[in-house]
Design a protein around this ligand. Structure first.
Ligand SMILES: Cc1ncc(C[n+]2csc(CCOP(=O)(O)OP(=O)(O)O)c2C)c(N)n1
Length: 659
């Protein structure tokens, strides 16, 4: 039995809480019925846990973002999501929030201030940090609340998100829904703490434990703590104790859970207990309860019938591909004046960052040591003095949390540029890039307006973990854009184009070029549109396709060989400029593709395959490729020189010429 303390909650609110509590329960009962009939395929039950979602949904202001999980139906219902749209979402129908592209609760709705989960448990906690950062920066005094299960707290993302929220004083509530199991794994196999009250303080975060089955306790405590979060701009951690009354999902059963636990927790059912309380207190009558249930039942039936009769989505490949990206047409912005100055590659990037900050007041830069220290390569030197620590943000060591926070900022219409200290370290934020940023627009039309700066490449004796070419890992991921300039003009213009673009853009900057090349470039703001290659040298006999440092190697080889070649600097890798490449191939009939990356599965493979398929009859020789050895990047100079393709380019060029 649960004992309730209504404190000063008025009767109207109590009845509203009851109605809201009933809704997810009754929807679930309908879903379980439909599941037995084979009309729906999968269901993650939140029966027994509804008081948490409903208490939270009713306690927070409606403009405050909530990031729920797979058992939080009550968040969606208490935020007033139309049931027919919710059911169509479950069934993959067109009027669902993802138009059939993602399932169950995997969607967000800006209108309802909800950002749903991706399947991966953990990354959404960082997204909440980003939303909370946006609230803080805009002085809105709003809280953001994000859910995690007990199992999900074992993910590194939990640690990164809590630590970041604490260090940055973010107004975010982390809600651990502790239901005893993570799939079949009981708490004692998940962690050794007895309570999250042991964990929160380690992050200097105020932590509370509440009875998650007691709707009034959840409601009042969340209201109180949300007030604290808004007022103090500090995170809190709340552990809501509850129990999962059904299997992880309906097909997986509950054999691993002792029977007596079900019996004990059945007595604590959040809906029945609250109903009995309202009856005992004389706040509601049986007749009124029946009336409420009848109304909810009718609304469920009506919505289900809409969904059931709705047609399946019709696939259109071009729309599917287009929707991977937020709509955006690149305009070539030209410099306003003819003023120019000599700039090294690195200065061109810094200049672009400065001008981007000036043009977009909602642009935030984040990265390790980027503020006073100026970044390890000094690309961001001087920016903090000009734009303040609010906008040029040093981060703890937490790539995943920062990239996730970038998405959160984008939800609130901020832009961000994130510096990876070295491109290699993006692996620690890989999930956020390929699953969260890349798929966000396709799934629920949320732009991921984030640029990730990637100091990349070998030739600096950096060894296996400071020299890798990582672009191919992302090239394979629809939803991302990739640019990779080779000279100061493009470095600035592409960076500004990337900042303008509302899509996630990986901006590769070769470390070996930072201080080794310079050029006279415009002082003003300008862009180099993403997706356009540049023919940097023209010739008749062969085509060399390259990007980054390889453009310089190509130039050198052509000069030495006195060859007559078109050298195409791709500049953008995703999308890449097929038209320019094709035009040149049709002219020369011989192609060499060079990239610095290890050869197997590198971007050159895609380019070569595409040329073979689309220009086969115009080729006089097989499409040839040069890349680095298929090894890790070695440290010692002699080994690194051997690893890189530079010395092999000459021979390949000859082979192609005389084939
Ligand atoms: C990163 C990741 N690993 C594994 C899974 C598979 N998985 C889905 S739910 C789940 C258990 C989650 O337990 P918990 O966080 O306690 O939430 P609950 O399901 O109990 O609400 C697992 C392992 C996943 N979704 N994401």
């Amino acid at each position: 039995m649960i004992s309730f303390d209504r404190k000063n909650i008025d009767q109207e609110t109590l009845i509203r809480l009851y109605k809201e509590l009933l809704k997810p329960r009754m929807i679930e009962e309908k879903m379980l019925f439909l599941l037995r009939q084979g009309k729906i395929s999968k269901w993650f039950s939140g029966i027994g846990q509804e008081a948490i979602s409903v208490g939270i949904g009713c306690a927070l202001e409606k403009e405050e973002y909530i990031l729920p999980l797979h058992r939080n139906l009550g968040i969606f219902t208490s935020r007033g999501i139309p049931l027919h749209r919710l059911f169509s979402q479950f069934q993959g129908k067109p009027s669902g929030f993802t138009k059939g592209r993602d399932r169950s609760f995997h969607f967000g709705s800006k209108e309802h201030h909800i950002v749903g989960m991706i399947s991966h448990l953990g990354p959404q906690m960082a997204v909440a940090d980003g939303i909370a950062l946006a609230e803080k920066l805009s002085r809105s005094r709003r809280a953001t609340l994000v859910f995690t299960g007990d199992g999900g707290t074992s993910e590194g993302d939990f640690h990164e998100a809590l630590n970041l929220a604490s260090v940055w004083d973010l107004p975010v509530i982390f809600l651990v829904e502790n239901n005893g199991y993570g799939l079949s794994t009981p708490l004692e196999e998940q962690f050794r703490i007895k309570s999250f009250k042991e964990k929160g303080p380690a992050y200097a975060i105020e932590t509370h434990t509440i009875d998650g089955n007691n709707i009034l306790e959840v409601y009042t405590k969340i209201r109180e703590l949300a007030e604290y979060v808004r007022r103090e701009s500090r995170p809190v951690l709340i552990e809501a104790i509850t129990f999962r009354m059904r299997g992880h999902e309906e097909a997986s059963g509950t054999k691993y859970i002792p029977e007596e636990l079900f019996a004990a927790w059945a007595k604590k059912d959040p809906v029945e207990n609250f109903e009995r309380y309202l009856l005992d207190e004389g706040m509601i009558t049986i007749h009124e309860i029946e009336d409420i249930k009848e109304k909810i039942k009718n609304s469920i039936e009506e919505a289900w019938s809409y969904t059931d009769n709705e047609k399946e989505p019709v696939a259109d490949s071009s729309i599917e591909e287009e929707d991977m990206y937020a709509p955006y047409v690149h305009m070539k912005i030209r410099p306003r004046t003819t003023l120019s100055s000599e700039k090294r590659f690195i200065d061109a990037i810094s200049d672009g960052l400065r001008l981007g900050m000036e043009k977009f007041p909602r642009l935030i830069q984040m990265g390790q040591d980027i503020a006073e220290y100026g970044g390890v390569f000094k690309v961001t030197e001087g920016l903090v003095e000009r734009f303040s620590k609010e906008r040029i943000r040093n981060t703890p060591l937490c790539e995943s949390a920062i990239i996730g926070a970038g998405l959160g900022l984008a939800v609130k219409d901020y832009k961000s540029v994130i510096e990876m200290q070295f491109a290699d370290f993006v692996t620690s934020g890989f999930n956020q890039v390929v699953n969260n940023l890349a798929k966000s627009h396709y799934r629920w039309e949320q732009k991921a307006d984030v640029v990730i700066r990637m100091p990349t490449g070998a030739g600096t004796s950096g060894g296996p973990f400071h020299s890798q070419s990582t672009e191919a890992w992302f090239f394979h991921t629809p939803g991302l854009k990739i640019v990779y300039p080779s000279n100061p003009y493009d470095a600035k213009g592409l960076l500004l184009a990337a900042i303008e673009d509302p899509n996630p853009v990986l901006y590769f900057e070769h470390k070996a070029l930072y201080r080794s090349i310079s050029a006279e470039i415009p002082d003003d703001y300008y862009t180099v549109p993403i997706g356009e290659a540049l023919v940097v040298e023209e010739g008749d006999d062969l085509t060399i396709v390259a990007y980054g440092n390889a453009v310089w190697w190509a130039k050198e080889a052509v000069k030495k060989e006195a060859a007559s070649a078109d050298i195409i600097d791709l500049r953008s890798l995703l999308p890449w400029d097929k038209e320019t490449v094709l035009k040149s191939v049709l002219k020369t009939g011989r192609v060499l593709v060079i990239n610095e990356d290890t050869l197997t599965g590198s971007i050159s493979a895609e380019i070569a395959a595409w040329i073979s398929e689309n220009a086969f009859e115009h080729l006089d020789a097989p499409v040839m490729r040069v890349g680095s050895l298929d090894t890790a990047v070695p440290f010692a100079k002699a080994l690194e020189d051997n690893f890189l393709p530079i010395r092999r380019i000459q021979d390949k060029l000859k082979e192609l010429q005389y084939y």
